[in-house]
Design a protein around this ligand. Structure first.
Ligand code: DX5
Ligand code: ZN
Length: 216
């Protein structure tokens, strides 16, 4: 199984967004993770379409968009049209996950569902055959730089078992408090993709940190 690293652009220097995006473009990271927060689903506001457009212009790598917004069905299509390869919304943020998945697929992007630390992977059982990715939050969504919640390891294992039981190839992505210190444990537990914000952009050599995570 391939290991994927998705640096979170939330921790980039927004005064030098083109420079930081190009730096990730030249790194071994396969995706760029885009955190969109609305100040309602999470107690923080990040950025929207204009910033994503600037990132899209500076790299050809897939944009892995993580929507932390209520009623994601209202905006999911616009994110796909703005160049997202994967649009992931929160299970807790919508009453109509199926419609959201269908809208994302109809606009040509892959669809992901994210769950907060308190949400069990079991809630995804019926939806799993219809989605391409599950994003397990290993911190409470809203802010970069928080500590990894160890309970997430069991959720990765549970999801891996459910995926095998259903005979699916759904990607498992994990987000929050990840660095080269715990990357190995997470890949070994069954993660296919790891998001890292502060560990990458806070490193003296971000591209070396990415390599370390990939080779952990
Ligand atoms: C948190 C975001 C994360 C965040 C990760 O709500 O979804 O993607 O940027 O940041 P670190 O890697 O610093 O925990
Ligand atoms: Zn994220």
């Amino acid at each position: 199984m391939n290991r994927i690293i998705a640096p979170s652009m939330l921790s980039a220097d927004f005064g030098h967004l083109e420079r930081d995006t190009q730096m990730i473009d030249r790194s071994a990271a396969q995706w760029l993770h885009i955190d969109v927060m609305d100040g309602v689903f999470v107690p923080n506001i990040s950025f929207g379409f204009p910033v994503m457009k600037a990132i899209r212009k500076a790299t050809d790598k897939p944009l892995d968009v993580h929507l932390m917004i209520v009623d994601p069905e209202k905006y999911a299509v616009r994110f796909a049209e703005a160049g997202a390869s994967i649009v992931t919304f929160h299970y807790e943020a919508t009453y109509d996950a199926r419609r959201c998945i269908d809208l994302i697929h109809a606009s040509g992007a892959k669809a992901g569902i994210s769950i907060k630390p308190a949400t069990s992977v079991e809630v995804l059982r019926d939806l799993l055959p219809s989605i391409d990715l599950v994003l397990i939050m290993s911190v409470e969504p809203g802010f970069g730089g928080q500590s990894f919640m160890e309970g997430s390891l069991q959720k990765i294992a549970d999801l891996k078992a459910m995926r095998a039981e259903l005979g699916l190839a759904t990607l498992i992505e994990v987000d929050g408090g990840i660095s080269s210190h715990n990357a190995r444990t997470l890949f070994d537990a069954g993660a296919d993709a790891l998001v890292a914000g502060s560990a990458v952009f806070g490193a003296a050599d971000p591209r070396a940190e990415i390599e370390k995570m990939l080779n952990a």
